[in-house]
Design a protein around this ligand. Sequence first.
Ligand SMILES: [Zn+2]
Length: 97
Amino acid sequence: MAAPSVLSLTSQYWKLVVGVAGLLVGSITPLFEASGMSWTVGTIVACVGYAFTLLAVRCPNCGSRWFWQAALDASVYAPLFKGTACPACKRDFAGPR
Ligand SMILES: [Zn+2]
């Protein structure tokens, strides 16, 4: 089992997985001509995946877009995967409600 993090505690891990999957599919699939995916389509898929992660992963308490914040300030990344509290409002999702 993965260590608890704000992403898993708020059930938003799948949004990261979907975003990263889009990013990978859009970046790798056009390498294979047989896939029929052009670089234009691949770039769009990758950008949409990345944008989805940036915009969809939010704090349920304060609405802070965690990955958007992390894109602006890289020091936010670690707390998203290791911490159990929102980096913005400090709400601890592992603690008592
Ligand atoms: Zn918050």
